[in-house]
Design a protein around this ligand. Structure first.
Ligand SMILES: [Zn+2]
Ligand SMILES: [Zn+2]
Length: 283
């Protein structure tokens, strides 16, 4: 916690004055505080990969939600079970918290999107793909002439279990259930590689050690080895290991980074995300 931090997923991207937030984990509360200290932007875009608790639990505690001058556009995966708005409203209303959407003063719009979706947020081109995660999750590529960042915080590898919109049963055998499932896994991996292709920064799920992956493959997370292999295949410049296991110590993370850097293809820089990490700063 001391060096790498303990907040859950939240990354801010700033491009030519446009502020884009990736996921609304506990880090979002601190981001709200820091935005309030600076000249607070009038417009924010929040791109949510999926609505597991660790990716939305900061939402009710994001102070700008109560700023009537703020326009907040929230993007997330269209799902059959529940709308994005309903899920986020549930996270802040009774019996979990005493709020409801009408208490929020910002002008909030919801956009439900799918895989392969392309859109522009000011100067930023955004593209999506599906990750291999229980009940699905989106992955995002953000691109400007100044750089490419690909964000894939939660995904398993693409050779074993396919996660659809149903609860999967793990039988202890890392085998796909049918030929069509194998084809779908291959297509999913191809789309992920395309999303990460030659990215300057790939922020990628590396929750597990290889031993943990072998025990919990159905959780939909990757090991640092699997993250590095994707980064190499996609010819990424810098890999940022992300979504660290909450039990991982700073020393263990140091060791994982060193191990993966030693194994990495020439030209690939391996790093691990830490609290307050800045990937690039315009002079
Ligand atoms: Zn998840
Ligand atoms: Zn997660």
């Amino acid at each position: 916690m001391l060096r790498y931090g303990g907040n859950t997923t939240c990354v801010e991207v700033v491009a030519e004055g446009r502020h884009i937030i990736l996921d609304a984990g506990t880090g979002l509360r601190m981001l709200g505080d820091s935005l309030a200290q600076a000249q607070a932007p009038r417009q924010l875009d929040l791109l949510i990969t999926h609505t597991h608790w660790d990716h939305i639990i900061g939402f009710p505690f994001f102070a700008p939600l109560f700023d009537p001058d703020l326009k907040l556009d929230i993007y997330g995966l269209a799902r059959t079970q529940s709308s994005l708005r309903t899920t986020l409203a549930g996270a802040l209303s009774d019996p979990l918290l005493p709020l409801n959407m009408d208490d929020l003063r910002a002008q909030i719009n919801f956009f439900e999107i799918g895989a392969g979706h392309c859109f522009e947020l000011g100067p930023v081109q955004v593209r999506t793909a599906l990750a291999n995660h229980p009940y699905r999750a989106l992955a995002y590529r953000l691109e400007t002439p100044d750089g490419v960042l690909t964000f894939i915080p939660d995904t398993g590898p693409f050779h074993t279990v396919l996660f659809g919109e149903e609860r999967i049963e793990w039988t202890g055998q890392p085998t796909a259930r049918s030929q069509s499932e194998l084809r779908e896994l291959a297509a999913m991996k191809a789309a992920i590689l395309e999303l990460a292709y030659r990215a300057d920064w790939l922020i990628y799920d590396a929750q597990f050690t290889d031993a943990q992956y072998a025990r919990f493959p159905h959780w939909g997370h990757s090991s640092a080895t699997q993250a590095r292999e994707i980064a190499e295949e996609a010819q990424v410049r810098q890999l940022i290991l992300f979504h660290h296991d909450p039990h991982r110590t700073d020393e263990e993370l140091d060791r994982i980074v060193a191990e993966q850097q030693a194994l990495a293809a020439p030209g690939l820089l391996v790093t691990a995300a830490f609290e307050g990490m800045e990937l690039w700063r315009k002079p």
